[in-house]
Design a protein around this ligand. Structure first.
Ligand SMILES: Cc1cc2nc3c(=O)[nH]c(=O)nc-3n(C[C@H](O)[C@H](O)[C@H](O)COP(=O)(O)O)c2cc1C
Length: 183
């Protein structure tokens, strides 16, 4: 009996974490593009709460909003971070969110994709790769992408107009999905 390919695909749940709190930031435009053009077999859920997490502390009782964030990571088959660079570094809210997971280990062996979409972005991209290594995330070779001069790669309606970038983004998503499926 011949099955259609899509029937054989395991559904992969991906938690997308934007690094910018601005809904119309270029990195969020790219994330929306990814979510709205998700290939069959991939379910994206956007976590839009990094701005609501309190500053990292080592409290006796972890705040409920942080517990919920950690549970969302745990339940996901993979995580995709899409972020700009601010002041040559990782946006503070995103770094704070990741700091909450350092001792509790939600990212341990978690498949993670990283897209830095910024004017330049090299420093934040490199710093994030280091942070993700520190929290033992599993970042495949093809699952990270730096998109510099991002504004010039988008059209006025928010689509990715640069074909090379659009293709690179597709490759990151495919690579993340196939890594998660191998589990
Ligand atoms: C406070 C602030 C600091 C920024 N610092 C950098 C930076 O160090 N490197 C960089 O590539 N872009 C930097 N940018 C630009 C953003 O990363 C982003 O590419 C730019 O704001 C594009 O606009 P959008 O993401 O808001 O659409 C900065 C932007 C802001 C608002």
């Amino acid at each position: 009996m011949v099955h259609a390919n899509h029937a054989l695909l395991t559904m992969i749940k991906i938690l997308a974490i934007p690094g910018s709190l601005r809904w119309n930031s270029s990195s969020n435009i790219i994330l929306n593009h990814i979510v709205s053009s998700a290939p069959e077999g991939m379910l994206f859920e956007v976590y839009d709460g990094i701005g609501t997490l309190p500053h990292f502390n080592d409290p006796e009782e972890v705040p409920p909003v942080v517990i919920e964030f950690k549970q969302r990571i745990k339940k996901a088959d993979a995580v995709l971070i899409c972020t700009p660079e601010y002041a040559f570094g990782i946006p503070g809210s995103l770094k704070n969110a990741l700091d909450w997971t350092v001792s509790s280990g939600e990212f341990l062996n978690k498949h993670v994709g990283l897209i830095t979409a910024s004017s330049q972005g090299e420093k934040s991209h490199a710093a994030l790769l280091l942070v993700l290594t520190a929290i033992s995330a599993n970042i495949g070779e093809d699952a990270s992408l730096l998109i510099s001069f991002v504004r010039s790669k988008l059209d006025s309606s928010g689509k990715i107009k640069d074909e090379v970038v659009a293709n690179d983004v597709r490759n990151v998503i495919q690579s993340l999905a196939s890594a998660a499926r191998k589990n």
